[in-house]
Design a protein around this ligand. Structure first.
Ligand code: IMP
Ligand code: MG
Length: 204
């Protein structure tokens, strides 16, 4: 595993210091990682990934929908591989089978393109690990040359399935996060910072 920025001991920033839609402001207990810091870290990850895959035409980044969409686009824009490459998507929903379901629902798209590729699964947040462990196994069934994991956020303390991402943006403490693509019930994806959702909302 390469470097990760560990923000587990950080005190979240007060929400009133940030540009946030007023509809969202009262739902958040703080901002853990502001937009600019996310952007800088994405650029660092792009440098690490460029070094790893430079001149490799089989590089095949796969966006784990829907949460990783912003991360995926921002990351790919910063890559500089010297060769053309293709890209894929996969849809995964952990909470499809109810909140306690271990196995995420997975829907592939153009999965025949995975054969022979050096797949980079690009995920928003790695939590208990079930989602990426399942995706890695399901992708492996389509005979890629390699399967590697990049996650922007890693809630390491929550891990239940052993899984080490090769590229990690930030190591974060246990909380429910929203923003920069992460949602709660399809809301808050458009919040530009990584915010901490008030537990009163998560617990109903
Ligand atoms: P895991 O299977 O427990 O590792 O959960 C990973 C999946 O659950 C990710 O793809 C996310 O979509 C979702 N998830 C986990 N934690 C959070 C969170 O704090 N906010 C939003 N989504 C989350
Ligand atoms: Mg996700």
């Amino acid at each position: 595993m390469m470097s990760s920025i560990d923000v587990r001991d950080r005190d979240p920033y007060p929400v009133d210091q940030f540009q946030i839609n007023d509809v969202y402001r009262s739902d958040l207990t703080g901002i853990l990682i502001p937009q600019g810091e996310i952007g800088d870290r994405v650029a660092q990850l792009a440098t690490e990934i460029t070094e790893e895959y430079r001149s490799n035409p089989d590089f095949y980044p796969v966006c784990v929908l829907k949460g990783a969409m912003r991360f995926f686009v921002d990351l790919l824009r910063e890559l500089d591989l010297d060769v053309p490459y293709s890209e894929g998507i996969v849809y995964s929903s952990r909470y499809h089978g109810g909140p306690d379901s271990d196995t995420p629902a997975v829907e592939f798209f153009q999965e025949e393109h995975l054969a022979g590729k050096d797949v980079l699964l690009v995920e928003d947040i790695l939590d208990e690990g079930y989602t990426l462990a399942t995706l890695r196994d399901r992708v492996t069934d389509f005979n890629p040359s390699s399967v590697t994991i990049a996650t922007l956020f890693d809630a390491t303390p929550n891990r239940e399935v052993e899984l080490d991402p090769t590229f990690t943006g930030f190591t974060v403490p246990d909380a429910f996060y929203v923003g920069y693509g992460l949602d709660y019930d399809e809301t808050y994806r458009d919040l530009r910072h990584l915010g901490i959702l008030d537990p009163a909302i998560v617990d109903g």
